[in-house]
Design a protein around this ligand. Structure first.
Ligand SMILES: [Mg+2]
Length: 223
């Protein structure tokens, strides 16, 4: 019998690109104040650079503008980005699904990777701490405990006082979200939404999910 459903956060409960847009919006205002240009234009430039390649966007923005910069300045911009209070929302199927799970007395949790300040800001903005029974940010345990490390799942089992057999984990990333199913008898569900960004990623150790769904409405059929 399933007693708890644990969710990944990014691209499972929220679209991560909305967070990126929200962060670039704040950073573009910061860059306008500190350097030059209009924030609307800077925002478009950052998005454009990000679409080309998600790495080192701020460094590349300075290069493109031919503005000299130091690593300290980059660190400060990254801090503005990571610590900003994001304007983000759950996908529309999240709250109705949570309601159905709660009606069935099924506990709900989140296990998420990502930088701790960033993930906390997202969770606070979503009011997630009062909606979910337990939340584990793997980065709080240490970088080595990010998924697919099993530690967060062991902690969740203990906190919810349930067995692994009674847990479902819903995630989107084949590189790290389903491997736990090979270590413990947790039923893993892959959610592949319309904007499925990890569609072509390889499965960690070729280990696959138990179920595949397109949205959370389909989840209730698996419980
Ligand atoms: Mg994810």
């Amino acid at each position: 019998m399933i007693k708890a459903v644990i969710f990944d956060l990014d691209d499972t409960l929220i679209p991560e690109n909305k967070y990126v847009e929200s962060g670039f919006n704040i950073v573009s205002k910061y860059l306008e104040q500190q350097y030059s240009g209009k924030s609307e234009d800077i925002y478009k430039e950052l998005i454009c650079l990000y679409k080309e390649n998600s790495k080192n966007v701020f460094n590349r923005w300075f290069d493109k503008k031919q503005i000299k910069y130091t690593m300290e300045e980059i660190k400060q911009i990254v801090k503005v980005y990571r610590e900003h209070k994001p304007t983000i929302e759950f996908y529309s199927d999240v709250i109705p699904t949570i309601k159905k799970l709660k009606e069935k007395n099924i506990k709900i949790g989140i296990i998420t990777d990502g930088y701790v300040e960033t993930q906390k800001a997202k969770l606070q903005s979503l009011n997630a701490y009062s909606i979910f029974d337990e939340i584990v940010i793997t980065d709080e345990l240490g970088r080595q405990y990010w998924k697919p490390h099993p530690r967060a799942f062991e902690i969740m089992k203990k906190k919810l006082n349930i067995e692994f057999e009674e847990m479902i984990y819903v995630g989107d990333n084949p590189e790290k979200d389903f491997y736990i199913g090979s270590l413990y008898p947790i039923a893993c569900v892959r959610i592949c939404r319309n904007d499925c960004i990890y569609g072509d990623k390889k499965y960690k150790n070729e280990f696959r999910e138990k179920y595949k769904i397109k949205n959370l409405n389909e989840l209730m059929e698996k419980i």
